[in-house]
Design a protein around this ligand. Structure first.
Ligand SMILES: Cc1cc2nc3c(=O)[nH]c(=O)nc-3n(C[C@H](O)[C@H](O)[C@H](O)COP(=O)(O)OP(=O)(O)OC[C@H]3O[C@@H](n4cnc5c(N)ncnc54)[C@H](O)[C@@H]3O)c2cc1C
Length: 289
């Protein structure tokens, strides 16, 4: 591994200033779990890593917001999120998703900001957080802005973050009236990266679906919102027939990709099965709580 510099600025603003450069070998480092793999395999050789550890005190907290939602600092570790009472109360689907995300050692080190900014379509949190209508707030050379997580990804390992722009917080709105589920299908070991991730949220009034969100990851080249399936669900009865119709629309509408975890055709079949199961799981979760 080539030598590199490692600095730990005291504020996010200082980090942004250091990262505002044309040099693609200068990168932010939060947990380093993704970066270190890339460095060890020679995919990435940094000249400078800007470590965000010194801003963790300020940007690693989780707080319940006045409107019933959550604000999660980008430097919160995945373990901190997994064990947060506020997250369990407002968005229990996030806690459930963590149980099958990598392993304890990775979750102890990896940070929310790194998980979202890496742009890997196999990550578990982007579909879950966008089904919850989550956003990130960012700080960059041009100031701060909010980006819906469903719009954060531009392509395979690509985000819409600009040069020097850092994720500061993840914001999840109140989930009042909404229930959610996340299912991950692995085709190798159970703790492997998913061949498919499906996150779904339903806003229900009795057995009527007022609104719906359906997100697909891993089987596609980037996080994909399945608007057709959502339209099929909206206004319908929350039953097996409606869920099967929505799953069919998802299977027809989503462009899946071939990779080591299965062919595109196989993944289309997974979409058909897992969208239906995720929607059914929402109803099971509601009746058991
Ligand atoms: C063995 C193993 C198994 C895994 N299994 C899974 C799994 O099943 N599911 C899953 O979802 N993930 C899995 N992961 C991936 C893991 O979740 C990610 O590596 C991790 O979330 C990245 O976070 P990090 O803080 O370590 O990021 P880093 O490695 O520090 O950074 C990743 C990227 O994000 C950028 N970055 C970091 N912080 C910010 C910020 N605040 N703003 C903007 N850019 C930033 C960095 O410059 C870099 O480009 C696995 C990882 C390993 C090593």
């Amino acid at each position: 591994m080539r030598g590199f510099e490692f600095v730990q600025p005291k504020s996010l603003g200082e980090a942004v200033a250091l990262l505002d450069t044309d040099d693609p070998t200068v990168r932010a480092h939060s947990g380093g779990t993704a970066l270190m793999l890339m460095m060890k395999t020679g995919v990435f050789a940094p000249s400078l890593l800007v470590g965000l550890q010194a801003v963790e005190e300020r940007h690693g907290q989780i707080e319940a917001t006045m409107d019933g939602g959550l604000r999660i600092g980008a430097m919160a570790s995945l373990t901190t999120v997994e064990h947060s009472a506020d997250v369990a109360r407002v968005a229990p689907v996030v806690v459930r998703a963590m149980k099958r995300l990598a392993n304890t050692r990775v979750r102890n080190v990896a940070r929310m900001g790194g998980n979202l900014a890496h742009g890997d379509p196999h990550m578990d949190l982007p579909p879950v957080l966008s089904a919850l209508r989550g956003e990130v707030s960012t700080l960059g050379p041009k100031g701060s802005r909010r980006i819906a997580i469903e719009n954060l990804f531009a392509g395979y390992y690509e985000t819409v973050l600009q040069r020097g722009e850092l994720i500061a917080d993840v914001i999840i709105p109140s989930q009042a009236g909404w229930s959610s589920a996340y299912l991950k299908c692995t085709t190798k070991t159970s703790d492997d990266w998913p061949a498919l991730g499906v996150a779904a949220s339903l806003h229900l009034n009795g057995d009527r679906i007022v609104d719906a969100r359906v997100m697909i990851s891993a089987a596609t080249d980037k996080l994909t919102r399945v608007a057709g399936a959502e339209a099929e669900l909206r206004g319908g009865k929350a039953d097996a027939a409606t869920f099967a119709r929505a799953a069919e629309v998802a299977a027809i509408g989503v462009e899946t990709i071939d990779d080591a975890r299965g062919s595109a055709i196989y993944k289309t079949e997974l979409v058909r099965v897992y969208v239906r199961r995720a929607l059914a799981e929402i109803m099971t979760g509601r009746s058991s709580t």
